[in-house]
Design a protein around this ligand. Sequence first.
Ligand code: ZN
Length: 657
Amino acid sequence: MNSLWNDKEAAQFPGDLGLRVYTSRLLGRDPSLVLHGGGNTSVKITEKNILGEDETLLYVKGSGWDLEHIEAAGFSPVRIDHLLKLAKLRTLSDPQMVNELRTHMTRAAAPTPSVEAILHAILPFQYVDHTHADAVIAITNTAHGLARIREIYGDNVVVIPYVMPGFDLARRCAEHFAAEAKKNTIGMVLLNHGIFSFGRSAQESYERMIDLVTWAENYLAKYKAWTIPIPAEKPVAQPLRQELACLRRELSATAGFPVILAMHEDAASLAFARRADVATISQLGPATPDHVIRTKRLPMIGRDVPAYVAAYKKYFNEHAPRAREPKTMLDPAPRVILDPDFGVATVGRSAKDAAIAYDLYVHTMEIIQRATALGGYQALPAKDIFDVEYWDLEQAKLKGGGKPAVFSGEVALVTGAASGIGKASVDSLLARGAAVVGLDINPSITGLYNRPDYLGLVGDVTDEQQLTAALEKTARAFGGLDMLILNAGIFPPGCRIDALTTAEWQKVLHINLDSNFMLMREAHPLLKLAPQGGRVVVIGSKNVPAPGPGAVAYSASKAALNQLARVAALEWGADNIRINSLHPNAVFDTGIWTDEVLAARAKHYGLTVEQYKKNNVLKTEVTSRDVAELAAEMCGPLFAKTTAAQVPVDGGNERVI
Ligand code: ZN
């Protein structure tokens, strides 16, 4: 592991706090050191307060910030005198501690200081860095972890036996440090948790962290436990979507809310899930306390959800009486699933949560495999894990999450999603918390968004194989399908019946009608398994109730699609699938309507562009967003008891009315 310190870069971060920001970001750049808010850093700075008095403050990472992207505003200034007095108390509950931290900051708007603030305060160095370095954890989480750490570091570090994060840990660290620190002590190893380094400057503290972790890496390498061999495993070729959707439905019922099930079939994930000893090494416990909430105590092996739930209930009943106060059981659904076909599948209340669980488990797999190579992985006793899982502060964090978004844990597929109404529908569904798959023939669809809850797929809706491939990819990415927005279609140039060729007629019907029939048929088994019922929204057209001359193929295709939707509503109601249509008209902010075309059409009717856009009963412009918002609402609770509805979005059309 190399230091990323760069004098030129560092010069752009003036002042003590500036350099604290800089080296915190350097730590944050390496996921083997800190991940998803894990780890924290601090700097002690003496400042003049509003009365002109000198005051020493601990600027410590605030909650809600991660080191990779932290800014000066992400550090909470806490009066250090008070923290040092707190460190001398015999006991302090977690809620009391958080109250003390929050009421002794000098900036009211600062985030809540890290629960490890007191620990930072007691270390007598200006800069303190703390990570959950994989290499160190791989060594501490073995049978002779303590002896190995002493062998590696001697008295360069003070070693702290495992104590749950919080006030007790800070107090124990203060005692150990006072009694054991030597002149050459540059860090502190917390068994089964992580490592601290400290120094007089930001660079010194950061580079000591790099040195300490490098020693651990070298030790693993010396015992042939650093490089993890990855056989060239191949993903399963046959369709898995049905099995994934069944499993997701069962997991959602267990959790009590819809969940995303994200499959990871890279070689490293498959290799771990297919290890002969996976049922042993994966069941020993999580790598560090901060993984417990996101990945749960243990992964599920295979697909037997009832067995997993029974084991979780047993574990809860065994440990609940020993917890600090009686607790209700958290939802027992697993967050990580190891299966030879699925590889590593992760579960979350949102695609982001599932992605975080995967990121954390990638590191867990490395730690377990390295520790196994070193002689045997050993996690904390189940009781300690329970205490973390049912910890006051963690519980408060879980409850403090607010109300989940309306489509949280649900999956939508939008066709023709690269532009216009399709793209607006992607936005409306993402804004409501759904994981969204955008399908389009335009390759730009893949780059529409780069976020864990979006998947862009290039595909031709008229090709049956490409449609089933899109559904398979949707299920592998998110676990199933809840909502289908049928938007893809074409509006060919005007042509009267006398002049319309058979080929042109067939082309329009193929794209606007046949493709939707095929997709609905193939999607039906997945929609049937949607935890809260399937929803289909058809983007129809004003031409259904009020056709116009010169658009026979388009009007006929949309009218037939309308009948298709009505029959589907009849056939699929028993499967708890609703299908509703909306009929937009004159939506001009789409790809087909360039400024030139608009101007030409307006002129044709003797109107200005502005008049032409608002040429309806309400004299209002209808945008893609208006249509998309209605499409999203049709999937939501407002339309929970409605199927086969046809709603115009056209500003009012005299011929339709
Ligand atoms: Zn920590």
